[in-house]
Design a protein around this ligand. Structure first.
Ligand SMILES: [Cu+2]
Length: 518
């Protein structure tokens, strides 16, 4: 099974057409990622509650109160987690006696209860209950929180008051754990964690693992069908460590193992059966919101899937256009900032105009802990994301994804189409092709084109389609014309071969001041 989109309906009876288009796009971004195993082959138990200690029985609700315990007996604390908060902001316990914590998760997402002194963590998948015991030794006031990425920042945190709570809080809380992908990576979802959560902050990045770039995203061929169909689409979410830049590795969260995820392409009036599977190797819940969907959350309401789970829903593609899809699991901006977006094209019944080549490009902004350009395995920075200070603004998930050997290629005389979307989460794009005029722009994917456009604005969470004919050979740069972002990686190259046309362009006297640098 392919990891990406399976658009069975596209294949249908029109093999010849498909072959034609495959040939036509052979030079483009059609290389599919190599099939990857769906997982280790081990069934992941859906978050079993850890075995309860002998005397464990959570008392009925008044969890806030300290539960005095007889000598040798554990104090009982019960917390209820929902999406996305705890039912208590303050928990009181006595020093020197064991505390048994019951975490009842009434939400859909996975949550945990984490403290750092002493180090203790229990996890519960959605709808599950977990228990664990720790012994506070020193009086004081400590932080507790959910360490799932984004949850602490969203408010899943409170105070654990031990004894009088008077003693000073020990060391300031280290950087929140979500920022430590290595650790997240190692945890099997739903299992109780006994290892200490991040005892110390990690000020510098771990060495970059020996990984390459993500594969190029799949573009989908034109629909080439004159009647509506039921189109099954299956996407697996995958958390993958790969290079974002030379020497800079990052744990991407992806649809199908690429950034952006695979393009979905259907015809207006089609019925789409969209299945989303969360890889058993993933660490957090994911979901999908397609902007082409008319319905609750664009699908996100019914597709919150924990690692190893699958969800499916059916929708009718009512409106033609160029839409993005993205993960919509809190904190949504975190999931998007990790690479969870892609594009769904809904063609009008008559199809799109024929062009010679099509390309699939999406821009995204990335926020990393540490200094700009620092090498190593870098972690997500929620602070920079909230401040909208990206380290990288990228086309297709990495610096250089569309240049050198990966440059887009075309020939003089051809008409090309670029599907261009912006995943964000924060940064809009002033999309521009240096040295070209966009003959037609479908602003925000609208049905009616504008003609003769220099730069088109594409909002975060939006997409467009641009078309232009090539007259002159050379290298044409795709940029976000907010050009500071060129320094942050937002660049691609369209390499055009063929005969020059001196009527259109010819040098008369060449300057020698150097290369324009773009
Ligand atoms: Cu996600």
């Amino acid at each position: 099974m392919r990891p990406g989109v399976i658009v069975a309906g596209l294949i249908g009876s029109v093999l010849i057409g498909v072959t034609f288009w495959l040939a036509l796009f052979g030079l483009v971004q059609l290389n599919r990622p190599a099939p990857m195993p769906m997982g280790p082959g081990v069934a992941v138990a859906p978050a079993p509650a850890p075995p309860a200690p002998a005397q464990a029985q959570a008392p009925p609700a008044p969890a806030q109160a300290q539960a005095p315990a007889a000598p040798g007996q554990a104090q009982q604390i019960k917390l209820v987690a929902t999406d996305i908060k705890f039912d208590q902001k303050e928990i009181k316990v006595a020093a020197g006696q064991p505390v048994e914590v019951t975490l009842e998760n009434k939400g859909v997402l996975e949550h945990d209860f984490t403290i750092q002194n002493p180090a203790f963590q229990i996890k519960a998948a959605g709808g599950q209950t977990a228990r664990g015991t720790f012994t506070p030794t020193k009086e004081g006031t400590y932080d507790f929180f959910c360490s799932i990425p984004g949850h602490r920042e969203a408010g899943m945190a409170g105070k654990l008051i031990v004894g009088s709570g008077g003693a000073a809080q020990p060391a300031p809380a280290p950087a929140p754990m979500p920022a430590m992908p290595g650790m997240q990576h190692d945890q099997m979802p739903g299992m109780q964690q006994s290892q200490p959560p991040a005892a110390a902050p990690a000020p510098t990045a771990a060495p970059a693992p020996n990984v390459g770039r993500l594969p190029a995203p799949q573009i989908a061929p034109p629909v080439d069908r004159t009647t509506p169909a039921v189109v099954p689409v299956e996407i697996e979410t995958k958390e993958v460590t790969a290079l974002m830049d030379d020497g800079v590795a990052y744990r991407f969260w992806t649809f199908g193992g690429t950034v952006p995820g695979p393009m979905i392409r259907v015809r207006q009036g089609d019925t789409v059966d969209l299945k989303i599977k969360n890889s058993p190797d993933d660490t957090v819940t994911h979901s999908i919101d397609l902007h082409a969907v008319t319905g609750p959350g664009g699908g996100a309401k019914v597709t919150q899937v924990a690692p190893g789970e699958t969800a499916e829903f059916r929708f009718e593609a009512l409106n033609p256009g160029v839409y993005i899809y993205h993960c919509a699991t809190p904190m949504v901006a975190h999931h998007i900032a990790n690479g969870m977006y892609g594009m769904i094209v809904v063609e009008p019944p008559e199809g799109l105009a024929k062009v010679d080549r099509e390309y699939y490009v999406m821009q995204g902004d990335f926020y990393l802990q540490g200094a700009q350009g620092e090498k190593g395995l870098r972690s997500f920075s929620v602070e920079k994301m909230l401040d909208e200070r990206p380290d990288y603004v990228l086309f297709n998930g990495s610096v250089g994804s569309l240049s050198g050997d990966n440059a887009l290629k075309a020939k003089v005389g051809e008409t090309v189409r670029i599907f261009f979307g912006v995943g964000g989460p924060n940064v809009t794009s002033s999309f521009h092709v240096i040295g070209e005029i966009l003959d037609r722009v479908y602003p925000e994917g609208a049905s009616e084109p504008q003609t003769n456009v220099q730069t088109t604005l594409v909002p975060a969470g939006g997409a467009t389609m641009v078309e232009f004919k090539l007259q002159i050979p050379g290298s044409y740069m795709l940029v976000d014309h907010s050009l500071g972002r060129l320094q942050k990686g937002a660049a691609g190259v369209l390499q055009v071969e063929g005969e020059a046309d001196p009527d259109v362009f010819q040098p008369l006297q060449v300057g020698h001041g150097g290369d324009p640098g773009h």
